[in-house]
Design a protein around this ligand. Sequence first.
Ligand code: FES
Length: 264
Amino acid sequence: MNDQTNPGRAVILRIRRQDRPDTLPRWEEFSVPRRPNMNVIACLQFIAANPLTTDGTKTTPVVYDSGCLEEVCGACTMVINGKVRQACSALVDKLSEPTSGAGAAGEPITLEPMRKFPIVRDLSVDRQRLFDDLARAKCWVPIDGTHDLGPGPTISDELQEERYPLSRCISCGCCLEACPQYTPANRFVGAAIFSQVNLFNVHPTGKALKDDRLDVMMGEGGIADCSKAGNCVVVCPKDLPNLKSIATVGRQATLAALKNFFGG
Ligand code: FES
């Protein structure tokens, strides 16, 4: 049941909704009873079970994506109070402090879908471009078949230290949503790809595809299109060293271009 009878213990959510990619968006407001330590996903679950707006109008459940509920899969990424982040790690009391006194529900929390990816419905978007770009840049370690290959190559402590932060990427799309260069109209691959190219280019087996990756990095939408705005670092939920990756991949691409020019 909606908690509109006791708004002092409720949180208000303003949600940007869109039924289909070709329909106009609209805003709807919901009141959700506060519980200690609740996250935004818990609010969306409540709304799914009680699809009633604050003015008492019955509506459809809000569509959103989620999977792991522990900031690992990236599926629940959306724009919350103007900042792109994961809904499962967004705690309601940190977003909207409950104020004391009767009728005080705290500031409304706004939820919007990411705008850089095609909308599916409401808060759900299609991040396929990101996965296509990871494939385009060959962001994997090539192995030959599924037979037993024996132990993998030894990786020094120093190289592990270098690679581990890059391996934390969850392909959520935060860096792309915040990037001024990444738009639906271009082919720019963005920081998520640069960091994975960096990760696999320094892997002892992964470097077998380094030249192929750098060809993509030197092509349309590659490293030359990066403006180094740095938003990708600010919004990354896993603190990836994206600017360092951009510098490293830029250097590797320049060297590869010189090598190609001189026929090396
Ligand atoms: S549900 Fe997986 S990151 Fe939020």
